[in-house]
Design a protein around this ligand. Structure first.
Ligand code: SF4
Ligand code: SF4
Length: 392
């Protein structure tokens, strides 16, 4: 990971658009038959307001998340919301985690300027898949497992895969996921751009409250390490399903992107004080604020990064793989981490500001290439003078 990306840790937050769903996944609070779930569907303006709240905290990269619903999770609806957020909030790249779409619908999302499109297979084991997804569109294994092929055929170069660890034997799941990624690489010249590693957690109103195939902490670290070695150019994404200590440890095992200060319900960032908040998708185990997570990342020797540069400089898909394969990504990741962290620190004061400035100063002096060091130094000075969104 250090060789490919350097010592940066990319930070993002999920933004839930709605929790309506036509499916009945046994492990999820949003499932259709959960009558106790308080449902909420954000209007594009409400989504912009949530995005603005996250931007005010310092986030620049968001993951739009929604359940599966014929109208609310249609490509047109997601694209409209994405465009409203780009126009109305200081958010630089939106990734999407939604239900599988047709090639035409994926094209609509691609044209709306999304970054990564994520669909998790949850389990690659057909019998388990059938048992866990008894009804709704998601019951169709083949429609889901071919989603990445359709996304890539539509021109989305960066796709995100995932398994819900705990549903079936994790060794089988890893091998299947690697085959899935290899298939894409053979067909489209590029494999998984990201791999997410959620572990099954209790969820209010879910039928399945315990993992049939629990993955303990030690096995889980091994899962992350194996994925990191097998897919050296894929981002490994970890959410707040994991507890703080485990999250900090997993950065060393291979995780490269973490969510921070997350809410897993629609409206959850601005509605915290409402008496009836919409149901969360699952229980969050890391409730630290963004600031606290950044401190922990710094204490572990990593540089927090709010970078979105590759998606905006057309370093995507197979092109991204080539740059990473030539060992050139690290030369971009580190400077972009320094610039975006510096930007974040402009609104900070106190201990994190001091610690962050020290880290930036040291990392700048560690850049061997004199020309690059000077360029980064100049750009850091420009940020201090008020310029924003400078990227390599
Ligand atoms: Fe719906 Fe996704 Fe929850 Fe399944 S996991 S019930 S598809 S929101
Ligand atoms: Fe990600 Fe590219 Fe930025 Fe590195 S330079 S953090 S790979 S977007």
């Amino acid at each position: 990971k250090r060789k490919v990306y350097g010592d940066r840790a990319v930070i993002f937050a999920p933004l839930y658009l709605h929790n309506e769903c036509i499916n009945n996944c046994l492990y999820c609070s949003f499932r259709q038959d959960n009558e106790k779930a308080v449902r909420r569907n954000l209007t594009p303006q409400e989504a912009v307001d949530e995005a603005r709240a996250l931007a005010a905290r310092g986030h620049r990269r968001l993951l739009l998340v929604c359940g599966e619903h014929p109208r609310l999770s249609s490509a047109a609806c997601i694209a409209e919301t994405a465009q409203a957020i780009y126009a109305g909030a200081d958010i630089r790249r939106l990734h999407v985690n939604a239900a599988p779409l047709s090639v035409d619908d994926f094209r609509t999302l691609q044209e709306a300027g999304i970054g990564v499109f994520q669909v998790f297979q949850e389990t690659y084991h057909r019998k388990t898949y059938a048992a866990m997804h008894p009804s709704g569109r998601k019951a169709d294994y083949n429609w889901r497992v071919t989603a990445m092929d359709r996304a890539m055929a539509a021109g989305i170069g960066d796709v995100g895969m995932g398994v819900l660890f705990g549903l079936y034997d994790h060794k089988f799941e890893i091998l299947a996921l690697l085959q899935h990624s290899a298939h894409l690489r053979e067909t489209f010249g590029v494999g998984a751009h990201t791999v997410s590693v959620p572990r099954l957690r209790p969820a209010a109103g879910a039928i399945l409250q315990r993992a049939p195939y629990p993955v303990d902490d030690e096995q889980f670290q091994l899962v992350v390490a194996v994925l990191r070695l097998a897919l050296p150019y894929a981002g490994i994404v970890l959410t707040t399903r994991e507890a703080p200590g485990m999250r900090d440890e997993l950065l060393a095992a291979g995780v490269s992107q973490i969510s921070a200060g997350s809410s897993t319900s629609p409206g959850g960032y601005l509605d915290k004080d409402r008496e009836i908040a919409a149901v969360d998708q699952f229980k969050v185990y890391d409730n630290r604020s963004l600031k606290k997570v950044l401190k922990a990342v710094c204490n572990k020797g990593y540089i927090p990064s709010f970078c979105t540069a590759c998606y905006r400089k057309e370093r995507t898909g197979a092109g991204f793989y080539h740059i990473a394969g030539r060992g050139e990504l690290e030369k971009l990741c580190l400077p972009n981490a320094l610039l975006t962290f510096k930007e974040y620190l402009q609104a900070e004061n106190g201990q994190l500001k001091e610690q962050g400035e020290e880290i930036i100063h040291k990392a700048l002096n560690d850049i061997n290439d004199k020309h690059m060091r000077k360029q980064v130094k100049d750009r850091l000075a420009r940020i201090e003078q008020g310029e924003r969104d400078i990227l390599f």
